[in-house]
Design a protein around this ligand. Sequence first.
Ligand code: SF4
Ligand code: SF4
Ligand code: SF4
Length: 289
Amino acid sequence: MPDKPTVAIGLLSGCFGCLMSLLDMADDLPDFLDKVELRRTPFNDVKEIEEVNIGILEGAVSTDENLELVKEMREKSEILISLGACSCFGGIPGLRNFHDSTVLKESIYANKVPDDELPALLDKVIPASQVVKVDVEIPGCPPTSKTIKDALYSLLDGKKPDRYKKNLCVECPRTKQKILTPQRGFLAEGVRSVMELDSIDPNTCFLEQGVLCMGIATAAGCAARCTRNNIPCRGCNGPVPGVASQGNKAIDTLASLIPPGALMFFEDCVGMGYRYTAAYDTTLKVENK
Ligand code: SF4
Ligand code: SF4
Ligand code: SF4
């Protein structure tokens, strides 16, 4: 890596939130910008991609144009980073894989925009890592500025940042006792709604109070920022590395914790377990990968 590495950013189908989080490095941003040469960003609107030391991808691969861009970014980048849940796992855009893309397009644009003015949608959304080799993954929706900063600075120091290999519960400060003891049926009243949070103890594990929390099947790395703020984890860090299916892992774990049958009556198992990984999860057998 040269003293002042060159950087290019490629935007796929995302919401710009990950780049906002990068900009949110605030006091550290001028220092970072001093250490690198930004060659292509959505802010300078450079279209061409030249060869760079670090390529950063935000968003999922959802259109023909995204597919071309992700391949070109791979060719031109010495180190390619997937920034955010969309780029790492397909993220929220991946939820469209449960629907027919033509029907979706019609329902959203309702023939108000001529077809040739719309991006050519792929049948399915694909995470960047299932199209090309990605060297570094920085998950999260969006990743925190600190997570981004730590990963980028460790790259500048010549070290490859690693993802956390433990789940979120190790970072979560809520007291937990019952989930650590194998037993069945301890949640006698079954699954509760997040809407009941007013009556939920902010210091005790959500699951032990009957509120579904994806911390059990989600990689650590965000310092449990949601559960610390009385919001159950939704799983945006994706699965622990090596686990193919975050949703299956969550359902397996819940099946050993909650009363038999409780999950049967839970309306949104898919939204809970696969919210960020529907496009990534090979056990869901989505096509076009
Ligand atoms: S990961 Fe989240 S914040 Fe980042 S582009 Fe996707 S939806 Fe936006
Ligand atoms: S299940 Fe959720 S609330 Fe309970 S310890 Fe894990 S992350 Fe914290
Ligand atoms: S607590 Fe869960 S949903 Fe919240 S930022 Fe961390 S991984 Fe994402």
